[in-house]
Write a protein that binds this ligand. Sequence first.
Ligand code: ADP
Ligand code: MG
Length: 660
Amino acid sequence: MGKLEDVKGIGPKSLALLNKMGIYTIDDLVTHYPFRYVYLERTDLTKAENDDHVIIDGKVESTPILMRFKAGLNKMNFRLVTAYGVVGVSIFNRAFMKKELEVGITVTVIGKLDKVKNVITASEIKFESLKDKVKIEPVYHLTNGISNKNINTFINMALLEFGKEITDYIPKKYQEKYNFQTKRMALNIVNNPPDKEKLDESIKRLKYEELFVFMFKINYLKNLKKNSNVGIEKKIDRDKVDKFINGLKFELTGDQKKAVNDILKDMESSYRMNRLLQGDVGSGKTIVSFIAMYANYLAGYQSALMAPTEILAVQHYNNLREILGEGFPVALLTGSTTKKEKDEIYKGLMDGSINMVVGTHALIQDDVKYNNLGLVITDEQHRFGVNQRGNLQNKGIKPDILYMSATPIPRTYALAIYGDMDTSIIKEKPKGRKKIKTYVKKKSEIKDVLTLMLEELKKKHQIYVIAPLIDGADDASSVTDLKDKMELAFGKYFNIDIIHGKMAGRAKDLIMREFEQNKIQILISTTVIEVGVDVPNATTMVIFDADKFGLSTLHQLRGRVGRGEDESKCILVSDSDTKRLSIMEKEDDGFKISEEDFKMRGHGDLFGTKQSGDMEFKLANLKNDYDLLIEAKKDTDEYLSDSTFDPLKLKLLSTLNSNS
Ligand code: ADP
Ligand code: MG
């Protein structure tokens, strides 16, 4: 391949400057991508407002008048005839342009409009017209001595002379699949965009290539590891699984079916499953895990399902029992399980008479021994520490592992970093789900809130009321405090009770059970009900001092309602931070909400882990280009498993040794 100094126009001086910018090769140069684009679109001056940033072309009508001030400052004024009439232009410190700014010449002026004086204070003047309506200009990172124009010219020269030598890492098959341009063409377009559409296509193509190379490495290394990661090859009676699925109260969504299939395939393979099941709140992850447990039972192995809270463990246990029917050997093991019960469960797990166990951390105590643990599932697993997870994995010889999470970012991010997990995503919500109507209300509007609550209660629906604190404090609502208020408003006709983390396990159980059975109509709670709780008849949630919570938490909380067919409501009561809260009114996608929260609060690390140095891309961004990453992952998987020889594979493998 040619050298940087072989590119026409790059002399020793430019070469030194380019080196200073970290550009040493032609490849470095052509991937010195614009970091942004300026869209030059002619402004309609008659519609522009005072102080607007405007772009307008026209003919110079008067010889520029130059004024010089102290300290080398100068200013030039002239008039410009535009399609929208004559406008004055002033520009500072461009005395050197005076000669070129002849009367009659066409220029484009970019600057700020003073509507009153009818003058544009220009920041830039270009000696050309805005021929087409829009002109897209690439903007590069620069160093002193090299202009934007220089870089653009160097890149274009390099592409012209050496474009053919640039390695294109996307195999033909995938170029065709996505209808991508050649790399050379895409590079040409990102540096000289003809229009937005082509530009976006080309950027996507180049991003995909970065991600493809990245995922190729990850998947290659993972396969090496996998070969040493032998699991149990399970025999699953698929007919019986199908029968089980057909016997459910509802039909699985397409995404649920796909997830089930992914999981069963993993379990049947000789590899050990290590899969993340990701889906927004309410997407129906639980039933998928139950099906996996049932299949695991059919194969003759034990399953353990671990939940982060006792409330959730109890709920899963009850659901599981209901689905599997009386007499099925399922046990519940939590912190509240009595010593006597515990001993019995331990015994049953050890001799295999208990097939499934649902619980909290209690599942991973040292004295729990399993007979033949074949499947471990952790629900909302981001809440567990890494060690806790590890501990349960080691309980079986090589149990399959399934993680479930509604929090999209940390785990999926880990997938990209470590590539140690496969992912199934449930995007599709169960049929008939309606968007949860969300409103932000001021404390002074409490009457409206109570009216709304009453309407729901009259419809025989139940309500969650959430407070940030358990006990009274002046600056925020508390559970006890709200209990008094709710009693006053509704106590005469409805049952109201409280639940929070400081209550004993048994007490929490009882309350949850009563709420499930509609013996309690208003349940006042802290965020202990944040994860997983599922009572479809509860259609309304009122969150007091909502500003005290992050949007992701609010989204999780809100996910407790909207679980049945009835329309659900969520009311956020707060006097402050209403702009941030109003995002909840519009948005119902958990991923977008956490992003918005991040943007607005502007601190904290969205991912929980910093993007590590070895995976910085020039164009792609793991967060924004997640869908593309998943595509690249699938494609590289397929590409690696295809054993036909392809010289590109060697090239891709050679990137394994480089640091990028
Ligand atoms: P999450 O993904 O948040 O854990 P759940 O598994 O708790 O969600 O499911 C939410 C609710 O949706 C539950 O009441 C569940 O029974 C119901 N559900 C799950 N899948 C379906 C489906 N395919 N059709 C209808 N309802 C479903
Ligand atoms: Mg759940």
